[in-house]
Write a protein that binds this ligand. Structure first.
Ligand code: IVH
Length: 687
């Protein structure tokens, strides 16, 4: 009994110091004193494993590396935020909110009483303004105050379970303090990020180990969260801020600010600084003031987030499919720097397109050192009248790669040179051709090694097949040596092949072979993304793989059928269609399948909307649904290929109706729209 009590006491003591150090930034004991407490706890837990609990401060690094990340559906989708770039747009946002609150009808407000609805519509609108942290969105789930899991945003509907890595972060409490007894579930959302200084020293370390550095703190953060070995993730200098609420049971908040204060009391590290402001004029004044202060913060921000403070007003305003209507981002102007354009080189892309690259005198910008920038195409070089030797202004907006804005012509000395148009491929020396109606030059040699390198790079990248160890240098060696002439060749490599490459050790060869081998089990969405079909990014491949059960089904679809898939537009559809008509591509696919890659969506038999009885049907949701929020119901319907809209019209096929339905039900009955309840819907879908 004494021992159990001592263990409890030590845990509480250590948690207190963890919080003081990592969350509140005001430690009160020395590192040695802390280590002593920690070691005593570790010893006692080792001697008495019966008292070990997962929320003990010693349980931050869980044993063995994972094979991959399990994905899981968010109980409430993780939406994004729409952007504004000027005070005028922020004012429009405010005007829109006032208009919506004045004209809202009670039926569209979720989870509040009619009385609350009326009060909220009449009240002035207060705002909370927070930094928009340039990091990676994560949801943390606590049950009875104990940390149970962390999910990435993923595609917003489902994310990856990165609990093992997030657990290692000291800024994430494993145990919440002083929570109300009723609080059974608490999901909070926030941003994992790296401070600028930590990023720089981490990158310096990578360089020292002859490893590839990360392009920016955000990429470094994303890469760290996707480490399969939590012991590795634990070494990365990650931090987390919490800035919003997800699914909750047993607690309610009146305002966002109240929620932030409560979360801080629970020991969570809440976004700072945040400001509660009485009206939009005060918000705009703060935006203005903050723009110059952004570098005073130790972490990168790309703007501010403006949120309606009242939770009731939030509920009335609701969300579109993409983002809540009660929140908006105010993005800062892109950051700029001046440097020397020392050369222009041409890079060969996956599809043979030649892209000019500005080689720059290294210059610090937005927390990283910039050496290169994109120039898009030759026309742009001409339009901007860029010359080699010019001083240029470069800019970094939201995108990773900076761009050249203009050249400072007044500083020319006369030795600057006009860059030449490409005449041959810098990689294979083949002819370069510029189609009549296009701006890009292309290398038309299908077996051009540079194209193959880029395809292979993309195929093995994080987000695609994620083949650890298949970096730029190795890709170059594999293609140059002729070992890999097409994607399937990658799966035909053996130990001997690899050992014939320069600087390749036995251990690296074995690791690479096992990474290649295990990439075969990547889900088909990753494979589709890895193929690098034009206009088909990771979001589109997620959508596609939710729609089809097998990659080959895409081959059978016409452009029209592809366009019917929600979120697939005509350009993307045409590109997918073209890809699956090409004999070479089909051969590559056949070989990949024979080599054992995963073409079938095994886990998601339900995710085949084209065979579901409600595929393509339009739904409206009303009333309170049993055991399902409206957002959940929407995601549920969409997973069966249905569309969900906000108001009942002649085009509505079904009204999904819960208890306490209002005017929508009346309207549906008037229009003769089929009204269906959740239980009936479930049996219709065979759930
Ligand atoms: S609130 C949808 N607050 O920005 C409302 N988001 O561009 C929930 N972000 O996906 C998000 N700082 O990951 C919120 N203070 C902040 C934020 C923030 C960064 C991220 C967030 C979101 C993305 C949208």
């Amino acid at each position: 009994m004494d021992i159990e009590r001592r263990i409890q006491g030590l845990r509480n003591e250590i948690r207190k110091h963890d919080r003081l150090y990592h969350v509140e930034n005001r430690p009160i004991i020395s590192d040695q004193e802390y280590d002593q407490l920690y070691r005593e706890l570790v010893d006692l837990e080792q001697q008495h494993p019966e008292f070990l609990t997962p929320d003990s401060p010693t349980q931050r690094v869980g044993g063995t590396p994972l094979d991959g990340f399990r994905s899981e559906r968010h109980r409430i989708p993780m939406l994004s935020i729409s952007n504004t770039y000027s005070p005028g747009e922020v004012r429009e946002f405010d005007a829109r909110i006032h208009r919506m609150l004045q004209t809202a009808d009670y039926d569209s407000a979720l989870g509040i009483s009619e009385q609350e609805f009326r009060n909220a519509c009449g009240k002035p609108v207060e705002y909370v303004v927070e930094p928009k942290v340039d990091g990676v969105a994560i949801a943390l789930c606590y049950e009875q105050g104990t940390f149970v899991k962390a999910l990435t945003r993923g595609d917003g509907v489902e994310g990856d379970d990165v609990s093992a890595n997030v657990r290692t972060m000291r800024t994430v409490p494993l145990h919440l303090e002083s929570i109300p007894e009723s609080l059974s579930h608490l999901e909070v959302r926030g941003e994992v990020y790296m401070e600028r200084a930590d990023f720089e020293s981490y990158n310096a370390e990578l360089l020292q180990q002859a490893k590839e550095p990360f392009a920016n703190p955000r990429n470094a953060t994303a890469g760290s969260l996707k480490q399969l070995d939590p012991r590795e993730a634990a070494k990365r200098p990650l931090k987390m801020f919490v800035h919003s609420l997800g699914y909750m049971e047993g607690i309610q908040f009146q305002t966002h600010a109240e929620a932030l204060h409560a979360l801080a009391d629970f020991g969570l590290r809440v976004i700072a600084p945040f400001h509660v402001l009485p009206d939009i004029a005060a918000v705009i004044a703060l935006c203005d003031e903050f723009e110059s202060k952004r570098y005073d913060l130790p972490f990168g921000i790309d703007g501010l987030v403006i949120k309606v403070n009242s939770r009731h007003q939030q509920a009335i305003l609701g969300s579109t499919t993409k983002s809540p209507r009660w929140v908006i981002a105010y993005k800062f102007k892109a950051e700029q720097a001046t440097t020397l354009l020392s050369n222009i080189t041409w890079q060969v892309g996956r599809t043979g397109a030649l892209t000019p690259v500005a080689e720059l005198e290294p210059v610090p910008l937005a927390g990283t050192v910039i050496r290169r920038a994109t120039l898009h195409n030759y026309d742009e070089i001409e339009r901007k009248d860029l010359r080699i030797g010019d001083r240029v202004i470069i800019e970094k907006g939201g995108e990773v790669i900076p761009k050249v804005v203009l050249s400072l012509k007044e500083t020319r000395t006369g030795i600057e040179r006009v860059p030449e148009r490409p005449t041959q491929c810098p990689s294979c020396g083949g002819v370069v051709h510029r189609p009549e109606d296009e701006v890009v030059y292309r290398c038309e040699n299908l077996s051009c090694p540079a194209q193959m390198e880029r395809r292979l790079d993309h195929f093995g990248a994080r987000g695609a097949m994620d083949i650890e160890g298949l970096g730029d240098v190795l890709v170059h060696q594999l293609v140059e040596s002729g070992l890999v002439k097409s994607l399937p060749d990658l799966y035909r490599l053996d130990r001997e092949h690899l050992l014939s490459l320069e600087r390749m050790g036995e251990k690296s060869a074995d690791n690479l072979l096992s990474a290649i081998q295990s990439s075969k089990t990547q889900p088909p969405s990753r494979l589709l993304f890895g193929l690098g079909i034009r206009h088909v990014g990771s979001h589109v491949t997620n959508v596609l793989s939710r729609t089809v059960g097998n990659i080959w089904e895409l081959k059978e679809k016409s452009v029209e059928q592809l366009t019917e898939i929600s979120e697939i537009g005509p350009v993307v559809a045409a590109s997918i269609h073209e890809f699956f008509q090409d004999e070479n591509n089909l051969t590559v696919l056949e070989q990949l399948e024979q080599l054992g890659l995963n073409f079938v969506n095994a886990e998601k038999p339900e995710a085949r909307p084209h065979t579901s009885p409600i595929a393509g049907k339009t739904f409206v949701i009303t009333g309170t649904l049993e055991g399902m929020s409206r957002d959940e119901a929407k995601a549920f319907l969409e997973s069966y290929g249905a569309k969900v809209t906000g108001s009942v019209s002649a085009k509505t096929d079904f009204l999904l109706c819960g208890t306490d339905a209002g005017s929508k039900l009346t309207k549906a009955q008037q229009l003769g729209v089929r009204v269906i309840e959740l239980t009936e819907l479930r049996s219709l879908l065979g759930e």
